[in-house]
Design a protein around this ligand. Structure first.
Ligand code: SER
Length: 336
């Protein structure tokens, strides 16, 4: 079978670190884009690397002109905590970058009359529960509920979802002969935990930070309360979800935007698991009011029934397996 040419933006990021290898081992040739030099550990998976800014129109247009891209994994983004430090920059990168991808893909796909699939990772940050009472009483939130985000990142992601749908279904609505070739598919991820990299700039970062610092023999002070609950997912499952939705038959997809979930856990429960494995670690709690507010506005769990039905989504890792078979052994190895 002919290989699909995949453009991966933000290739150096946490998801890219696992996705690139999986794509290269599968039916894909990888073209990667990142603001910084490509991480040496990833270079073997990449056919061509572009260093540059996702908002650079000339660069994106030349990538699509030259590389015959079939599918885009648009991973580049400024996450929620970084976004609150510089909301205008977050908007520029998250909205401007997504528009640039969609516009460049659309132009080239219309010229060649060839579909381009755009895979867009969105986030639980698109939700905004008004208060803790509502958060604690609302369970298994569906894609259409509580979409009132309080962060610039969440707002940008929600808009990016709608922008993708617009390019697939409605672009230049007034022009009767308008043909559209964008196939837009979006996954709303929970907090992701990788054994390979430590995140930066997110608000669900307390979970991975706690595990990674304990494995390095250091203590950790959590920036959220111990009773804070979020849905999380082990990175291999996030990559599995991206590959599954990329391979799904379009006729099976009843919507463009899908929740996915695997396990929900409190900061205290994570600490307890970590303390069992690294008993000498000290874990304390010193909630940062602003970051706490963000976590309190995100759901404890989401309903991913439609992803399970439409494209056979199911996670391989529940909480026990995520820690025992992936996080603890891999992270221990990483720092030993
Ligand atoms: N992990 C992201 C963040 O914390 C949420 O998608 O910003």
């Amino acid at each position: 079978m002919e290989k699909r040419i995949a453009l991966v933006t933000g290739a150096n990021g946490e998801v890219g670190h696992l996705l690139l290898g999986k794509l290269a081992a599968g039916n894909y040739e990888v073209v990667a884009l990142d603001l910084n030099d490509l991480d040496q550990t990833l270079s073997g998976f990449v056919k061509k690397f572009y260093k540059g800014d996702i908002t650079d129109e000339a660069l994106l247009s030349s990538i699509f002109q030259n590389e015959h891209i079939d599918i885009v994994f648009h991973l580049a983004a400024v996450l929620s905590t970084s976004g609150e430090k510089n909301p205008e920059l977050a908007h520029h990168v998250n909205v401007g970058g997504t528009l640039n991808i969609l516009k460049s893909a659309n132009t080239i796909s219309q010229a060649s009359k060839k579909k381009i699939t755009v895979i867009y990772p969105s986030s639980i940050a698109v939700y905004g529960l008004p208060d803790l009472v509502t958060k604690n009483s609302a369970s298994f939130i569906g894609e259409g509920q509580f979409t009132n985000p309080i962060t610039m990142y969440g707002i940008n992601k929600l808009y990016g979802e709608n922008l993708g749908i617009y390019f697939e279904k409605y672009y230049k609505l007034l022009e009767k002969s308008q043909e559209r070739y964008i196939d837009f598919r979006c996954i709303r991820f929970p907090g992701l935990i990788s054994a390979v990299t430590v995140p930066s700039g997110g608000t669900s970062d307390y979970a991975p930070e706690m595990i990674h610092t304990a494995a390095q023999g250091q203590g950790y002070e959590s920036f959220v309360r111990e009773d804070s609950v979020l849905p999380f997912m082990a990175m291999p499952d996030a990559v599995k979800a991206l590959l599954l939705i990329a391979d799904a038959q379009k006729e099976k997809l009843t919507q463009n935007v899908y929740n996915v979930s695997s396990f929900s856990v409190s900061a205290k429960e994570i600490a307890e698991i970590v303390l069992k494995v690294f008993p000498e670690t000290m874990i304390g709690y010193n909630p940062d009011p602003a970051r706490q507010r963000i976590v309190d506005s995100w759901p404890s769990n989401v309903n991913d029934t439609t992803a399970r039905r439409d494209w056979s989504w199911s996670p391989d890792y529940d909480i026990k397996k995520a820690f025992e078979e992936y996080l603890i052994p891999e992270i221990t190895k990483k720092y030993s």
